[in-house]
Write a protein that binds this ligand. Structure first.
Ligand SMILES: *Cc1c(COP(=O)(O)O)cnc(C)c1O
Length: 393
């Protein structure tokens, strides 16, 4: 029988991989209401606590008064408005790149950049753990596509030996499900030896990383020659929506001319760009957000290690607790929820088989007291889980 969707769904269910969308009935923030239940959340990507910031809300509202709601058309027709243009100029200045191009989502920015730069006869090399949008972009490009071992410059160098045509090396800056940093100094050096270009998607680095929130390139002090294609998204630490690609004049002009995911879509609502201009200002000027976040990260790692949880090698607000089995990760997540805490269980295919985890994310909006509540609930739930498992065998 064609299209046997119910069998497919049933299979997904029995593999403990069925996904459900929690219904958020409040604004984003540490204290949320989900499916009717008040919960303390440690799972958003709102790392700096800007998604519900009064100044950002006001900028959105004022922007709507002045510019209306819809973008109205694609950028090349009549949808490229003053707030979009001002935001691009501000993002270019922020990233220290000659130019930046605004997109409605990070997924589209990645599709656009990769497919505009490489095609048949070229090569795209990606970290195995790259975000799905980057992997999809590589496949869609039609270039020879190969994945190197996670964060391994030697594995990359071997693939670079066999590369043909224009070669693009693509990596997450901060890996979204592990929280570790790309070893950019080594990856960029390997790429440079073969005249390959490096593209970094720093969706999770802009905001938390770098002295001024400039992300992984600021953290490592890397310029345009090291990372010619730099992608950031605006729905995470910026607290708004959209994404950008920053780079040379020629790169941005190439995207405008050739990138189908840029050309054939409506511009984002201009008021959203107004909101992002405000959040960019806060992200840059309020260094206390990063400092507070760093304190929370250090305290979480210390507390979790004391409980005996297995953490990953992450200096970022993404602090996964490695569990392994999907059912076990779901069970621990459910136990936390019974205690009023919301932490997502991340399972395959989002992460490799056998590496299910609880993805704890911290935000500058969390208080130290809220973090202690998380650690307390984790200690209790973990002890209970071990006890249950001992009783089962
Ligand atoms: C979230 C994310 C994206 C997608 O960005 P959206 O704006 O949400 O579409 C791209 N890359 C990485 C690494 C991400 O984490």
């Amino acid at each position: 029988m064609p299209f046997d969707l119910s069998a497919r769904l049933a299979e997904r269910r029995s593999a403990q991989l069925f996904r459900q969308r929690p219904l958020l009935e409040s604004p984003q923030g540490p204290e949320v209401v989900v499916d009717g239940q008040p919960l303390l959340a440690f799972c958003s990507n709102d790392y700096l606590g800007l998604a519900n910031h009064p100044d950002v809300i006001r900028a959105l509202r004022d922007g709507a008064e002045k510019w209306g709601v819809g973008g109205g058309a694609s950028h090349l027709v009549i949808g490229h408005s003053t707030p979009h243009h001002e935001l691009e100029e501000a993002l270019a200045e922020f990233t220290g790149r000659p130019r930046a191009l605004l997109f409605s989502t990070g997924y589209m920015a990645n599709l656009a950049a990769v497919t505009a730069l490489v095609g048949q006869g070229d090569t795209v090399l990606e970290d195995r753990l790259n975000h799905a949008s980057l992997l999809d972009a590589g496949l869609l490009s039609g270039a020879r596509f190969s994945r190197y071992l996670h964060n391994d410059a030697d594995s990359l160098a071997k693939r670079l030996e066999k590369a043909e045509g224009n070669t693009l090396v693509v990596t997450d800056g901060v890996f979204s499900m592990d929280g570790d940093l790309a070893d950019l100094p080594a990856l960029c050096a390997a790429a440079r030896r073969k005249q390959a270009w490096v593209m970094v998607d720093d969706a999770h680095g802009f905001g938390p990383l770098g002295a001024h929130g400039g992300g992984i390139v600021e953290h490592f002090g890397l310029g345009l020659d090291d990372v010619p294609v730099l992608v950031g998204t605006l729905g995470k630490a910026f607290g708004t929506a959209g994404a950008f690609v920053a780079g040379s004049e020629e790169l941005i002009e190439t995207l405008i001319q050739f990138a189908r995911p840029y050309i054939y879509t409506t511009s984002q609502p201009p008021a959203v760009a107004c909101a992002t201009l405000k959040s960019l200002e806060l992200l840059r000027s309020e260094g206390w957000r990063r400092e507070h976040l760093d304190k929370l990260i250090a305290r979480f790692r210390q507390g979790a290690e004391e409980i005996g949880l297995e953490l990953m090698d992450s200096p970022t607000p993404i602090q996964p607790i490695l569990i392994g089995d999907s059912g076990r990760a779901l069970r621990l997540s459910a136990m936390l929820r019974e205690r009023g805490l919301l932490v997502g269980a991340i399972r395959p295919p989002t992460v490799p088989a056998g590496t299910a985890r609880l993805r704890v994310t911290l935000s500058a909006a969390h208080s130290e007291k809220q973090l202690e509540s998380l650690l307390g609930a984790l200690a209790e739930s973990w002890a209970l889980l071990i006890k249950e498992e001992a009783a089962d065998v």
